[in-house]
Design a protein around this ligand. Structure first.
Ligand code: GTP
Ligand code: MG
Length: 457
């Protein structure tokens, strides 16, 4: 049996209301001791809502007018008896409310302890518990959707199905070993098929991992290119504000400049850099060195070149440096292709290659397409990301582990080893998948996971 925990569940500071949450065996007796309303004793233990006064039971002094919400276990968030006091949202009044609750035998909750109890009582699984943390800290629309999907149990469902398929296979293999007479022979091709299917599913979930990570923590997008091609102008245009200095002089930007914005619901940190060229002085040399570094640290690179001069060796070097990172290539200043007075030229309209994006920061031509291309590149390969299944680093580790075990099982089978030698690998894969929803979790892992929550969650 757990003890009774309590905490202020609303954010610190002044608010219209403030909530004290209490969970555990003493919850309803604490409510009876400190809450005064028309209702008495047993009625306060029933599920529902009461309006009244919180008093200091020693003196009957009134502390706050409040609403008491009663959720008897097991139909509560934690699965235990839970009461919530909604008082006025001032720091002083909430401290006093918490004080009388603690005075009746509750203990201050540690971060995430309510959610941890919800998990331990089986109200939610571990992936859902994490989703609550991610929902609260979601920085953009995408992260929010992914967290809601996870809270609904989409990841848990996928993983449970996968785990079940492997358990079934395991059971058939073991039955065939134990009762060779009664159980029909299981052929290696059949086993290989189950293993291959499972690996495909895992790969799909892993593909969503990068997109999920980006939705959660945002993406770093570096704008690079030669001097004067319009990098700073592009940053300003995307931000819709005059953030960076723009001049007609090549070498205007010498330092790295960062700005935050949201593109298609993804939090993005946009980074403007010094134009790449053989440096003229110490300052520029350092600036150019930092531009190269920004390529290494980016999730995505926007490579800008002046549409009138085309791509040169410098741009190819930048693409090479980007390596595996997605690169979006922008042909800039496309407004200059159609000088004022000239007919809108059909011939010139396609003056840049089809996989480049023609953009004018001046007229905003092509900016919407650029934003769409950025969102797509950032979320690319997210097959399951489209299902709204976000996979975090912990899940990713478990999925990789399961995948490796399945690969080892398939390899053993290919080498002609008997089926029963696969059991160890299959068991390990099943165990790794179980970690995602928190079957048989390690205590330290739970400590680590829930310590990232806020108190009262
Ligand atoms: N017509 C036109 N001019 C542009 C456009 N974008 C930038 N320019 C001009 O090009 C010049 C250079 O622009 P910047 O944004 O400072 O270029 P940059 O790439 O940041 O240059 P550095 O910081 O020197 O590397 C300025 O005179 C801008 O006004 C555009 O889309 N159309
Ligand atoms: Mg600049």
């Amino acid at each position: 049996m757990f003890d009774t925990i309590a905490a202020i569940a609303t954010a610190p500071g002044v608010g219209a209301i403030g909530v004290i949450r209490v969970s555990g065996p003493l919850a309803s007796s604490i409510a009876r001791a400190i809450f005064r309303s028309g209702h008495r004793g047993p009625e306060l233990a029933r599920r529902g809502l009461h309006v009244g006064w919180v008093v200091d039971p020693a003196t009957e002094e009134r502390i706050d007018q409040a609403v008491l919400l009663v959720f008897p276990g097991p139909r509560s968030f934690t699965g235990e008896d839970v009461v919530e006091l909604q008082g006025h949202g001032g720091p002083a009044v909430l401290r006093r409310l918490l004080g009388v609750v603690l005075g009746q035998g509750a203990r201050l909750a540690s971060p995430g302890e309510f959610t941890r109890r919800a998990f331990l009582s089986g109200r939610i699984d571990l992936a859902q518990a994490e989703a609550i943390g991610e929902l609260v800290s979601a920085r953009g629309e995408r992260a929010l959707q992914a967290a809601i999907g996870q809270l609904e149990g989409r990841l848990s469902h996928e993983v449970a199905q996968l785990r079940l398929a492997l358990l079934e296979l395991l059971a058939r293999i073991e039955a065939a070993v134990d009762f060779p007479e009664d159980v029909p022979e299981l052929g290696p091709p059949e086993v290989l098929e189950v293993l291959a299917d499972a690996r495909i599913q895992i790969d799909e979930l892993l593909a969503g991992a990068r997109a999920g990570e980006i939705a959660r923590s945002g993406a770093r997008v570096a704008i690079v290119g030669q001097p004067n091609v319009g990098k700073s102008s592009l940053l300003n245009a995307l931000l819709r504000s005059d953030r960076a200095i723009v001049t007609a002089m090549p070498g205007t930007t010498r330092d790295v400049l960062e700005a935050d914005l949201e593109i298609a619901g993804i939090p993005v940190r946009l980074v403007d850099t010094a134009g790449i060229r053989p440096a003229r002085d110490e300052i520029e040399k350092e600036g150019v060195a930092r531009s190269w570094q920004q390529v290494d640290g980016a999730d995505l690179v926007i490579l800008v070149y002046d549409v009138r001069s085309g791509l040169a060796a410098a741009e190819h070097d930048l693409v090479a440096r980007a390596g595996e990172r997605p690169v979006v290539i922008v042909a800039s200043k496309v407004d200059l292709l159609n000088p004022p007075g000239a007919e809108p030229g059909e011939a010139q309209a396609a003056s840049w290659p089809g996989d480049h994006l023609g953009v004018s920061s001046l007229t905003r031509q092509g900016l919407a397409e650029l934003e769409a291309a950025l969102a797509e590149a950032l979320l690319s390969g997210s097959g399951s990301g489209q299902l709204g299944i976000a996979v975090n680093a912990r899940h990713r580790g478990a999925l990789h582990q399961a995948r490796a075990q399945l690969a080892s099982a398939a390899e053993a089978l290919d080498r002609g080893l008997p089926l029963d030698l696969l059991s160890g690998d299959l068991r390990a894969a099943v165990g790794a998948l179980g970690q995602i929803t928190g079957l048989d979790p390690a205590e330290e892992m739970l400590d680590l996971l829930f310590s990232r929550f806020c108190i009262g969650k």
